[in-house]
Design a protein around this ligand. Structure first.
Ligand SMILES: NC(=O)c1ccc[n+]([C@@H]2O[C@H](COP(=O)([O-])OP(=O)(O)OC[C@H]3O[C@@H](n4cnc5c(N)ncnc54)[C@H](OP(=O)(O)O)[C@@H]3O)[C@@H](O)[C@H]2O)c1
Length: 351
């Protein structure tokens, strides 16, 4: 982080889709921040017109990034290093390694904090390994947003984002005091402050294990609803929750996560999360008649799904501790093969 007085905080958003544009636009409103973005398919739209936000929480507004880059290597030519590199791509470790992608803007700058706003678990590990001296911050959001056209983002509801430092994953003993731990906690506190200054009143600061529990709790919803919606023939959350057999299946999947996470992390659920059990989630899902799980949207569009971070990683992390999650393992095995078969069909169709 910039320690020189009156120096702005420089932030780079990598993956300027729904989540990246929404939080980037809020961080830009904090005093003394310069928020730049890297874009891919929406590069020309964002370069020419900036980003248009249509939000439930803050109304409609325009966000003009400090700089718009077509690639990470272009961002690496910026005259100053970034204080924060915020990764908000879909987490697809089976397709690409995000830590390798951001290396040009991180390597050589040990003060640069990497912030991962992504679903699933285990997303931090490649960054921790590649950048052993950089703070890695792990963030979980419940926002509901989508990019409706290149450069236009709609936030439907919710703003909450939980952020915590990542040192060795919260698995095992509490991380001992170290210089990296101190720098990570400082970067974490400041990042949450910046979000609050940008209007995200429910930005929350966590310690390492606390944040991992938030991650696993959100996983209970994603790892049950997402794959089941694809495997049940494109069924939305509400209809699945109202079907008696599927409801039993979904509750069974959620309970596997609820029972496993405290054993993996060595800390019980805090009261706030323990209260939100399978029954509560299913009751609330009954009312969510428009929402389609992101995995279903990706499946229908023929795009890769976040299968490894939502199912593969939790299954492997639990297995390493001697715990099996059989319902989730079945979902993973079936959907992984369906995805491989779909890819084969796509390749054949191109011939
Ligand atoms: N949207 C939500 O409501 C929501 C809520 C909670 C959590 N999340 C999680 O947040 C993460 C981001 O989701 P999202 O909905 O914001 O996804 P998204 O709208 O698809 O945005 C991802 C962005 O990353 C860009 N990108 C991917 N690889 C890139 C690369 N190598 N270089 C530059 N840009 C790259 C994509 O560009 P292209 O357009 O070229 O692919 C896209 O603009 C996911 O882990 C998701 O599960 C999303």
């Amino acid at each position: 982080m910039s320690t020189i007085p009156n120096q702005p905080t420089r932030i780079l958003i990598v993956g300027t889709g729904a989540v990246g544009a929404f939080y980037g636009s809020r961080l830009a409103l904090a005093p003394q921040t310069l928020v730049s973005v890297t874009c891919r398919s929406n590069y020309s739209a964002v370069l020419s017109s900036g980003l248009q936000l249509d939000t439930h929480s803050f109304g409609s507004y325009h966000f003009a990034p400090h700089a718009v880059y077509p690639s990470i290597s272009a961002a690496a030519q910026a005259p100053h290093p970034f204080d924060y590199v915020v990764v908000a791509t879909k987490a697809l470790p089976d397709v690409s390694d995000d830590s390798e992608m951001i290396a040009p803007v991180v390597q050589g700058n040990k003060e640069t904090a990497i912030v991962l706003i992504q679903n699933g678990v285990g997303v931090e590990q490649p960054h921790r390994q590649r950048f052993p001296n950089n703070p890695v911050l792990s963030a979980v959001t419940v926002v509901s947003a989508q990019q409706t056209s290149p450069g236009s983002v709609k936030q439907n509801r919710w703003t909450r984002i939980s952020v915590g430092p990542f040192l060795q994953g919260g698995i095992g003993e509490e991380e001992k005091e170290s210089e990296l731990k101190q720098r990570s906690e400082k970067a974490n506190r400041r990042f949450v402050e910046l979000l609050k200054e940008g209007g995200i009143a429910d930005a929350e600061e966590y310690d390492e294990k606390g944040l991992q529990l938030v991650r696993w709790h959100k996983l209970a919803i994603n790892s049950s609803m997402n794959p089941s919606s694809v495997l049940s023939g494109s069924t939305g959350n509400s209809r699945m929750s109202l079907d008696p057999e599927l409801r039993l299946h979904l509750a069974g999947c959620m309970n596997e996560i609820f029972q496993t996470a405290p054993k993996v992390l060595g800390r019980p659920w805090p009261e706030k999360l323990a209260k939100v059990d399978a029954d509560k989630i299913l009751k609330s899902s009954e009312r969510n008649s428009e929402g389609l799980p992101s995995m279903l949207v990706d499946w229908q569009a023929g795009r890769p799904m976040e299968l490894e971070v939502i199912l593969g990683n939790p299954i492997r992390i639990a297995r390493a501790k001697g715990i099996e999650m059989p319902r989730l393992q079945s979902l993973y095995a079936l959907l992984k093969m369906a995805s491989i078969r779909r890819q084969e069909d796509q390749s054949k169709a191109k011939l």
